[in-house]
Design a protein around this ligand. Structure first.
Ligand code: MG
Length: 283
């Protein structure tokens, strides 16, 4: 008898059809989704659920995406979590009330579905060093590109022509120098800039912590588009599936890919169809 997890065998769920249109998603993922007793679906926000917008406050997911996330989260068989670099307050403003867990600031803020906001304290020295980084960057004339958050300072270069974007990023990093770019901070690149972040928590540790709250046989799937999502893909190796959102032209630890937020909609539709199961009584 063929194993249901064997992508070449017919298996008991060979009738799954529509997901074939998603070229980057291996058929075995849908088989495992259909067989798993319980699932945890983790989703990045910007560039995954929400298309990028030059004004960050306007980067909202399309109504259909929100409807699908709500639909999946109100089934009994899938828990949904959003894992983002944004603070939870911003996520709530963009997403409205959804019955899902929110992980903000790359894991420094948590709010379980219906629970209280938990904000982890930063390690000693982090705030002083971030303040110093901000002072140096503003002093060097980079204020238009800066975004200061509790756990990081970001230099946004999205929308700038390529040579200028690189120049701004390199100049800020140079201005910071080794006395600012040092533990407990780490300098990381993202699509559209660089950021100096407090080390110790990232999307990988967030995924690991979310899984600790789940039953052992839970299938974990994570969708994300950026370099910071690679930590999550790595945490899921051998424990689930990472799906990278974006053209399949970059080295990644993810197992599958979706071309952009439009294909994420098709992915969520397929998920709801295959894993829909029972509705929660409260849903
Ligand atoms: Mg993203």
């Amino acid at each position: 008898m063929n194993s249901p997890l064997d992508p070449t065998g017919p298996g008991p769920h060979a009738g799954l059809e529509a997901p074939h249109v998603l070229a980057g998603i291996p058929m075995r993922l849908w088989r495992i989704v259909s067989l798993a007793p319980h699932r945890l679906l983790m989703l990045d926000h910007d560039g995954t659920l929400a298309p990028f917008h030059a004004v960050r406050e306007r980067a909202v997911p399309p109504p259909r995406t929100l409807e699908l996330v709500r639909g999946i989260a109100t089934t009994a068989s899938t828990d949904v979590a959003i894992v983002s670099g944004r603070p939870i307050g911003e996520l709530q403003a963009l997403l409205g009330g959804l019955p899902i867990s929110l992980v903000g600031e790359h894991g420094w803020e948590w709010r379980e579905a219906g629970g209280q906001l938990v904000r982890h304290a930063l390690p000693e020295g982090a705030e002083v060093r971030l303040a110093r980084a901000e002072e140096v960057a503003r002093g060097a004339g980079f204020t238009p590109y800066l975004e200061r958050k509790r756990t990081c300072i970001a230099v946004h270069t999205r929308g700038l022509a390529e040579p200028l974007a690189r120049e701004v990023e390199e100049s800020v990093a140079f201005a910071w120098g080794r006395d600012v770019v040092a533990p407990p901070l780490r300098l990381t690149r993202f699509d559209g800039g660089i950021e100096l972040r407090v080390a110790g928590r990232d999307k990988g540790t967030a995924v690991t912590q979310l899984l600790e709250g789940e039953a052992i046989a839970t299938l974990a799937v994570y969708l994300g588009d950026d370099r910071t999502d690679e930590d999550a893909f790595e945490a899921l190796r051998d424990r689930g599936f990472g799906v990278r959102v974006g053209a399949p032209d970059r080295a990644t630890l993810a197992t599958g890919w979706l071309s952009g937020p439009e294909e994420v909609v098709a992915f969520l539709e397929a998920w709801l169809r295959i894993a829909g199961g029972e509705r929660l009584a409260t849903g």
